[in-house]
Design a protein around this ligand. Structure first.
Ligand code: GDP
Ligand code: ZN
Length: 353
């Protein structure tokens, strides 16, 4: 299991479980590599099993925290003769990336757990943004993972020291690495941080060079991403990929869609500011709920017509709004399902009492 980030800490916890008598002979240690609609892909020394939670685990579960998430170490039992497993317990977590959501229903969304190092990635050109880096740092500290700041595309920058100085001023004591996926500068340092089965995740806006960095860390070999096809409830095929990658040189990388969404939410806060012109325009639309299509008195359409607002800029504004609306809908659906479940569990235990 070393390959998937098993270390002394997990070993200790495992011995404790053995000591408690919680473990039976048929249970082995596994790590959750993918979460998909109450099913989990779990890698173990004996293979990779599509797993579900045991009835006892589900009965104990109330919060999102009580369910497995990508990165979790679990005790799992193989169903005889099948490539399937049953998860009995979750080992205590060392770090949790989660997003608290506003509103009355959703409380928490688990993004990734047991991340040792989180690389906060920003590039040494146009994308460099110290405020954003500050927010990433806060997110990292909240999670319990150790942040390392990675400044990418050093080959495009003549004065990386100036950037490093700025970063130092907001991130005392945090390691700062300057790298280039093009020339290979700094890649060895990143790889060496991941020795000893360390688990890492990346946080950084689109375009800063995260995929290129991952490929560079993987030694130039393109990541082999195993595609799994699973039927969703409506019988459609949805394609998902492995979200936890064991790196050839040691260490593990967690890359989940949730991490990308987390990113988007993080950036949204600053987007509000950067689309201030559009917000100001829409405030002077005739209708409060103007959708800026063909409504009369639409200030945005007027601005587009006379060139005061560029089409491209408005298009990226709309794209962001759509993405956010999508995430909100998705979160609401999850919230309602969680609420129903919680209610069911409570009434069940009420009947028993
Ligand atoms: P991601 O969206 O964060 O995954 O970013 P990508 O890895 O897809 O990179 C975005 C763009 O930046 C691509 O055109 C890359 O070729 C380029 N890029 C990434 N890393 C470097 C680098 O170290 N140097 C240079 N010059 N370009 C880079
Ligand atoms: Zn309008």
């Amino acid at each position: 299991m070393m390959k998937y980030g098993w270390n002394d800490h997990q070993q200790e916890q495992w011995l404790e479980l053995q000591h408690d008598g919680t473990l039976t002979d048929s249970m082995v240690a596994g790590r959750v590599t993918l979460e998909h609609k109450h099913m989990y892909r779990v890698v173990t020394e004996e293979g990779e099993w599509l797993s579900v939670c045991s009835g006892a685990l589900l009965h104990r579960a109330y919060d999102r925290q009580d369910y497995p998430a990508v990165g979790d170490w679990v005790t799992v039992e193989r169903m005889p003769g099948e490539e399937r497993g049953i998860i009995h317990a979750i080992l205590p977590r060392t770090s949790v990336f989660s997003r608290k959501t506003a509103g009355t229903t959703v409380t928490e969304q688990l993004i990734a757990v047991n991340v040792d190092i989180v690389f906060l990635v920003t590039s040494l050109n146009d994308d460099f943004n110290i405020r954003r880096l500050e927010r990433y740092l806060v997110a990292a500290y909240d999670s319990g993972a150790v942040p390392v700041i990675v400044l990418t595309k050093s080959d495009l920058c003549d004065t990386p020291e100036l950037y490093v100085d700025q970063v130092q001023s907001i991130a005392f004591g945090t390691d700062i690495l300057t790298v280039s996926s093009k020339t290979g500068e700094g890649i060895d340092e990143i790889v060496s941080l991941l020795q000893d089965g360390k688990t890492a995740a990346l946080l950084g806006s689109s375009g800063v060079g995260k995929s290129s960095l991952v490929n560079a860390i993987c030694g130039g070999t393109t990541m082999t991403v195993q595609t799994i096809r699973e039927d969703d409830a409506k019988g459609r095929h949805t394609t998902t990929h492995r979200e936890l990658i064991a790196l050839p040189a040691g260490g593990v990388l967690i890359d989940t869609p949730g991490m990308r969404e987390f990113q988007l939410w993080n950036d949204q806060e600053s987007m509000d500011g950067s689309f201030a012109d559009i917000d100001a325009l829409s405030a002077s639309c005739k209708f409060n709920d103007c959708r800026h299509h063909a409504e009369p008195g639409c200030a945005i359409q007027e601005a587009l017509a006379d060139g005061a607002l560029e089409e491209d800029r408005f298009a990226s504004y709309l794209k962001l709004q759509r993405e956010i609306a999508f995430l909100e809908r998705k979160t609401n659906v999850q919230a309602q399902a969680a609420e129903r479940k919680k209610w069911k569990a409570q009434t069940k235990s009420g009947r028993k009492a």
